[in-house]
Design a protein around this ligand. Structure first.
Ligand code: PMP
Length: 319
């Protein structure tokens, strides 16, 4: 078996499962092809109670977002969501995935050579690759943060609610600034001056026992994890959940702050701009949410099994 930590045996590319080494493009394709490219970040988790199976978390929601992202950047999607579901499950089977894994579909402008700037769009290339990505839930990881001097892109400039590769230059600048100043991550305000999100994750905080997060018109990505955690906070923990505009000073004074996302999962923030958050450790509500989320991600909570797509189980959801 190919060691996934180096690279998987296959990627899926434009209708075919292609051996890793054969998936190459001509160098002249570099350039405009990825300016308008959009992608998804999806995770599959090992389910320890299910004979080495892995389950993909909220695959349908991720594929629906890919479809929306492609529509907004005017790329044509030539596959139905059930077809993409089948393709991804089969790719994980072919790569013999049995551990926590990241799945990244990427849609880009095909046959870009010789096209003008304004002609880039329409026909899309689509590739899907997998890579090993162990969960850090329940490992005690925490981060320090600083409010960035960069502002999150706004919808009048380019659409923050989709996963366009070009959007990530904005978050990358904020990350680089935070690192240069000795913090783990930057937090971006939007052009209205209220809290947007972290470079690759949304932001939530706890105050007076309530879970609060910037609303979807705060220049954030419409995060699938954020949505899942709001559901779990309400239904499992019985919390009041509020989506609204958030001031930066609310974060400084919060009892708990954490980022959330496919890669971030739940990551507690213990300090922002040198203000200690709560008692400087992960708070109890985010810990309870983390435990509930962990069970759901691994397909171990029957109430949320509809969010899990099993990969190796004979009776998959493909029917
Ligand atoms: N914001 C940005 C900019 C992101 O890249 C991500 C990661 N996809 C998120 C938020 C979290 O979104 P999701 O929960 O859908 O992964």
């Amino acid at each position: 078996m190919t060691e996934q930590s180096k690279h998987p045996a296959y990627i899926w590319w434009n209708g075919k499962y292609v051996a890793w080494d054969d998936a190459t493009v001509h160098v002249t394709e570099l350039g405009w092809s990825t300016v308008g490219a959009v992608f998804e970040g999806i995770r599959a988790y090992a389910n320890p109670s299910s004979d080495q199976d892995v389950v993909i978390f909220r695959l349908q929601e991720h594929l629906a977002r890919l479809k929306k992202s492609m529509a907004l950047v005017r790329l044509r999607l030539d596959y139905s969501l059930p077809e993409l579901t089948e393709i991804i499950v089969e790719l994980l089977r072919m790569n013999e995935v049995r551990e926590d894994t990241y799945i990244r579909p990427l849609a880009y402008t095909a046959n870009v050579a010789g096209k003008r700037f304004s002609e880039v769009g329409g026909e899309a290339g689509l590739l899907i690759n997998t890579s090993r990505m162990p969960s850090h839930l329940k490992t005690g990881v925490t981060q320090t943060a600083a409010v960035s001097s960069w502002r999150r892109i706004s919808d009048e400039v380019m659409p923050p609610r989709i996963k366009n590769l070009s959007n990530y230059r904005n978050g990358q600048l904020a990350s680089m600034e935070a690192r240069a100043h000795g913090y783990d991550i930057g937090l971006l305000l939007n052009t209205g001056g209220t809290v947007a999100e972290a470079p690759g994750a949304c932001v939530m905080f706890v105050a007076d026992g309530k879970l609060i997060t910037p609303h979807v018109t705060s220049s954030i990505l419409e995060s699938i994890t954020r949505d899942a955690l709001m559901v779990l906070a309400r239904e499992v923990l019985g919390l009041e959940v509020i989506e609204r505009a958030v001031d930066r000073t609310e974060l400084y004074l919060a009892d708990e702050v954490f980022t959330c996302g496919t890669a971030a999962e739940i990551t507690p923030i213990t300090e922002i701009d040198k203000y200690q958050i709560g008692d400087g450790r992960q708070g109890t509500i985010s810990r309870d949410l983390e435990h509930a989320f962990h069970a759901v991600l691994r397909g171990q909570d029957p109430r949320y099994r509809h969010w899990s797509t099993p990969v190796h189980a004979a009776a998959s959801v493909l029917a």
